[in-house]
Design a protein around this ligand. Structure first.
Ligand code: ACM
Length: 535
């Protein structure tokens, strides 16, 4: 290269550098649309929202920074960036040195109110920064879900030549009403794969659920590998309702579900239903059986015909092994022993059995949960009753000072049909349309004192559904309503207001490919016309 050529090159490089510096320095004057934070379609509705009626630009200049000394907070930041990418395709840097970034999201720890609650958080959204404060990573994670709900599904591309997702500014202070916000999936009547369970977790997470109860065993199949009793899955994992081949989780599969749930700040509650609902176990190991008949694999939907032999020591040795193996791979505090509909077990035998199983569960450092019938036994106040059918049993549980999980079938069973048009579901507890599922007060139901209530769990029994799409049909949109009953204060809940916010969930549900039931009670704000006419 000769000297003039070299000079020209130098000049060109210098000009480029200056131009690019100028571009970096140029202040962004954005005329973002005025948006009102108090009008956002939050579900569940936060405790307190105030609006400043400007907007934060989520765009290619956004960065996320988190508390330096906490890997958990760092992970929450990465999860936020992943979720932003799913909706926007933006690659938001997390904890990287990026001086160009002008709209910054900080996730930090704070112990001031309302962050005292371990899932509480505060969001301060300004024109160029968002500060998410929480006492724990769990609180920050819940705050991230709120922030996700503020990101428009479609970018605004009329302001600049690049897309911007305007987020309304203001302050949100929030904490949950109930500590236990659960759903239950019956993987026994029909089996669901690890990926299907993960998708259910993803959807529940968006609405701030924190517990997933897996009904792992029933008459029709045993779904969890127990290494010391291999025939449970070899022999009794291969059937389900109907003619499909069933299936089961290896312990590695189960650990994968538990880890995925933990990443989403969700606890897995394993259930081994007994002494009834045990036909499958007795087919694998006939000595367990207590109903005097030879057990055969069962693909039907009747209940109440099976029981363990409650007076045999070997049965308790078996149960000890099962509880030990499952507890060892379950980090959460609970073990659910079922206990429902044991119509083939004598009353005295039932009480004897529940008392013995409670001790086994406690031996492995777990808190026993059981369906409301367990309150008829001499259970400890530390055990938990799940109210599904009998107000009398709920009363017994209160008298024993037990905590109660609220799952009244008439209101909270996700497997009840919505109405006459429902494709799936049962109706033994009545139809549960979307308004019936929402319009009730878990904190004042059947006279159960608030101090005993842990929260609502919405069970989904799977006699009539065989894949995740059919599960979604029953769960959505009703599961969204239970999320609000569980999280939001009674004075922040209102059916008329809720149903508008629910209709506005359609773009999210469709992006997530959720096969929700387009209830005619709701005006769905969707591009595809999923509306069912009211005729
Ligand atoms: C139940 O629905 N059998 C708890």
């Amino acid at each position: 290269m000769n000297i003039p050529q070299f000079r020209f090159l130098l000049l060109a490089v210098a000009t480029l550098v200056i131009l690019s510096c100028q571009q970096e320095k140029e202040p962004r004057v954005l005329n973002l649309p005025k948006t009102d934070l108090t009008q956002a379609d939050f579900i569940p509705k936060p405790v307190q929202v105030t609006a400043t009626k400007t907007a934060f630009p989520l765009d290619k200049y956004t960065a996320v920074y988190t508390l330096k000394d906490s890997t958990e907070f760092g992970e929450v930041g990465k999860l936020l960036a992943e979720k932003i990418k799913e909706i926007s395709r933006l690659d938001i840097p997390v904890n990287e040195d990026t001086p160009d970034q002008e709209s910054v999201i900080y996730i930090k720890r704070s112990d001031s109110l309302p962050m005292k609650n371990k899932e509480g958080y505060q969001l301060k959204i300004g024109k160029d920064s968002i500060i998410l404060s929480a006492a724990s990573a769990a609180g920050a994670f819940r705050g991230v879900q709120t922030l996700r709900q503020l990101i428009p599904e479609k970018a605004n591309d009329t302001i600049t030549e690049y897309p911007i997702w305007p987020i309304p500014t203001g302050t949100i202070s929030d904490a949950p009403l109930f500590a236990y916000r659960g759903a239950m999936l019956d993987v026994a009547r029909h089996f669901f794969t690890v990926d299907e369970v993960k998708k259910y977790i993803d959807l529940l997470t968006y609405y701030k659920y924190n517990t997933l109860h897996l009904h792992l065993t029933d008459d029709q199949g045993w779904r969890i590998e127990i290494k010391s009793w291999p025939k449970l899955t070899e022999v009794a994992g291969v059937t389900e309702v109907g003619d499909a081949p069933g299936g089961f989780y290896t312990q590695e599969d189960y650990k994968e579900i538990v880890a995925y749930a933990a990443k989403n700040y969700m606890t897995i509650v394993p259930e081994v239903d007994m002494p009834g609902h045990t036909n499958a176990a007795s087919v694998a190991y006939p000595f367990l059986n207590g109903n005097g008949k030879t057990p055969q694999l069962y693909k039907g939907t009747k209940v109440g015909f099976s029981t363990f032999d409650t007076r045999k020591d070997s049965v308790y040795k078996f149960i000890d092994d099962v509880v030990r193996e499952i507890s060892a791979i379950t980090p959460g505090p609970y073990f659910h022993m079922g206990g429902d509909e044991s119509h083939a077990t004598k009353k005295d035998d039932y009480i004897y059995f529940v008392n013995k199983v409670e001790k086994i569960v406690q031996k492995y450092d777990k808190t026993m949960v059981g369906w409301d019938e367990v309150a008829t036994a001499d259970v400890d106040s530390t055990s938990i009753a799940q109210f599904w059918a009998s107000a009398e049993n709920a009363e017994r549980a209160v008298a024993k000072n037990m905590k109660i999980i609220m799952s009244p079938a008439k209101k909270a069973y996700l497997d009840m049909k919505y109405d006459l048009k429902s494709e799936y579901g049962l109706n033994w507890a009545g139809y549960v349309p979307v308004d019936t599922a929402y319009i009730w007060k878990p904190e004042a139901y059947e006279g159960i004192p608030l101090k005993n209530i842990l929260g609502i769990e919405a069970p989904l029994w799977s006699e009539t559904v065989s894949d995740i799409s059919e599960v979604e049909y029953l769960a959505f949109p009703r599961a969204i309503g239970y999320a609000e009953l569980n999280w939001s204060k009674p004075e922040n809940r209102d059916w008329k207001n809720y149903k508008v916010r629910l209709g506005n969930q359609a773009p999210f549900l469709e992006r997530m490919k959720v096969n929700y039931y387009p209830s005619p009670l709701i005006e769905w704000k969707t591009e595809k016309d999923k509306k069912i006419k009211k005729d």
